[in-house]
Every structure is written in structure tokens, then in C-alpha cells.
Design a protein around this ligand. Structure first.
Ligand SMILES: [Zn+2]
Length: 300
């Protein structure tokens, strides 16, 4: 299985910044040590033309030149730098590459990405470009697939993805998220499942099963982009859910089993994870990649 990385494009952050930048390098190291069948590839940068498949060209230009309105830059939560631009382009490029690879080999992963709070014309919540929306549109533009589903299991609603793809019947957006969590004003996905605070493994897995079966009744995708957020974990600072590491393994297996059963390739992006202990977050992500690797040869 191929894994695309961009963690060596480090985005400079002020001391004490709450974004866990180190997690991406730790994920790559954890996968290198623990998952045998993974090939690492550096991600290429997404170009302006590709980003414009899901973003307004004016926004892409403002990001590139560092002339975003102050409020938008503040909502993104990162100070502007050339490295921020390059990192965001590479992370989007990694989801694109993972989609192409998944279509050939069944499963592939982006060791970052899942930046689902980015809208067509503005970023927010540590998200600059919406990698899933860009990659879905590009796979269609390259005539590789017609129908894509974004299965977003990060704890936060995929509001940017829902907004960008709101009037696009060729991409199905599914978001399973915490009803009381950020973003407090939610968008409408094709299927939203809002869960209460403190949800545990059994209730979560039952909700996911129902959501995936509804997805398959309403829409048969040729490619799934899976945002495997680590923030539903019980040790997360922001997640407000109580899933165990074993519960999250069962979550991942449900998604990959669906892919295998229906022969749908799956590209995985990491999305969020803000563990009180960063090692817990990394363990959840590495576990997802390990489970993904087991499914590679079984899907297509
Ligand atoms: Zn999140």
C-alpha cells in the first residue's frame, strides 16, 4: 500500500500553539516501524488550476500571496508563511495521489489531509484547502470515476466539504460528528449523523452501520475518500466522545469491509486528533493505516 507524506514541509508555529504539528512525523515513523507493507512517497504540490476545482481562484491567489483578509487568516488559526502555502498544497496533493493509487490498488493513504473545514472561498479550523473536495473533483475531471463518496468520521462536522459539494449530486457527503462540537453552525451534508457528548463504542458503531447502509442505498460510489479522524478517541482534548482504541479499530474495519464487499477503492486521509497525550492520537492513526494495509489487496 502506498502512503503519501508531507510532514517534512514543516509549518512554523509560534511557541505554545495548540496545533499538534509533530503528530504527522510521528505517524510516518510509527507506520515505518509497525506496518510492513507500506511504501512511502513524497506528495506533489497541488497547482492553482487543480485547487480551483473546489476553490475560488481569488482565494487561492490570496493564500499564495499572503494577502488574505485578517479575519480569514485568524479563522485558519495558522500565521501565514510560504511554508504554510507549500504544506497545504502538498497535503492536498497527497490526497489526490492517494485517490489515484487507491483506484489502482484498492487502498492508499495520505499521512495528513482531511482538511474539511475549508470552504470554497475561505479556510478555517487549521484547514486551508479542502483536499477531499479537490481530489474528488479531480478524479472526475480525469475521467477516472463519476461518483465519489466522502465518508467523514472526524468528530467535527465536515462543514466546508458539505458546503463546496452542496449542489453536486455526483459527490455524496457523509459526516458522523458530535452535535455539540465545532463547527457550531453546521452545514447540510448529504447525510449527517449528529451524536451526543460521551458516545461510547457500541452506540457509535451502530450509528455508523446505519449511516453506511443508508449511503449504499442512496448512492453507489466508485471511490470513497475516508476521513479517519482520531478525535473520537476517549483521550482527545476536543472530541467529547468516548471511543476506545479497539472501538476505533472496529470503526475502520466497518469502512474497509464496505469497500471490500462492494469493490469500492478507498483513499484515506488522517483528519483531526488532539490527544491529551499525542501518543494516543498517533496510535489511533497508525492503527487505521495498519488496518488499511490489510485490505489493500482485497478490494479491487
Ligand atoms: Zn476534528
Amino acid at each position: 500500500m502506498r502512503a503519501y507524506y508531507s510532514d517534512h514541509f514543516v509549518l512554523p508555529l509560534p511557541p505554545g500553539h495548540r496545533f499538534p504539528m509533530a503528530k504527522y512525523r510521528m505517524i510516518r515513523e510509527g507506520v515505518a516501524q509497525g506496518v510492513v507493507s507500506v511504501e512511502f512517497h513524497e506528495a506533489a504540490a497541488a497547482t492553482d488550476g487543480v485547487l480551483a476545482l473546489a476553490h475560488h481562484p481569488v482565494y487561492v491567489d490570496q493564500v499564495s500571496r499572503g494577502v488574505l483578509p485578517e479575519r480569514v487568516q485568524k479563522d485558519i488559526g495558522f500565521p501565514w508563511s510560504l511554508q504554510m502555502v507549500e504544506r497545504s498544497r502538498r497535503s492536498t496533493g497527497a490526497t489526490i495521489a492517494a485517490c489515484r493509487s487507491a483506484l489502482e490498488q484498492g487502498v492508499a493513504v495520505n499521512l495528513a489531509g482531511g482538511t474539511h473545514h475549508a470552504y470554497a472561498d475561505r479556510g478555517a479550523g487549521f484547514c486551508v484547502f479542502n483536499d477531499a473536495a479537490v481530489a474528488a473533483r479531480l478524479m472526475q475531471a480525469e475521467r477516472r470515476v463519476k461518483r465519489v463518496a466522502v465518508v467523514d468520521l472526524d468528530v467535527h462536522q465536515g462543514n466546508g466539504t458539505a458546503s463546496i459539494l452542496a449542489n453536486d449530486d455526483s459527490v455524496f457527503t457523509l459526516s458522523l460528528h458530535g452535535q455539540n462540537n465545532y463547527p457550531f453552525e453546521k452545514e447540510r451534508s448529504d447525510l449527517d449523523v449528529a451524536l451526543p457528548d460521551g458516545v461510547t463504542d457500541d452506540d457509535y458503531l451502530e450509528a455508523l452501520e446505519g449511516a453506511l447502509s443508508q449511503l449504499m442505498q442512496r448512492f453507489v460510489p466508485e471511490l470513497i475518500i475516508y476521513l479517519a479522524g482520531a478525535d473520537p478517541h476517549e483521550g482527545d482534548r476536543l472530541g467529547r466522545m468516548k471511543l476506545t482504541l479497539a472501538g476505533l479499530a472496529a470503526r475502520d474495519r466497518q469502512v474497509f469491509a464496505l469497500g471490500r464487499q462492494h469493490r469500492i477503492p478507498i483513499a484515506v486521509a488522517m483528519a483531526g486528533g488532539y490527544g491529551k497525550k499525542i501518543e494516543d492520537t498517533v496510535a489511533v492513526h497508525v492503527q487505521t493505516i495498519s488496518i488499511a494495509a490489510q485490505y489493500t489487496s482485497n478490494i479491487v
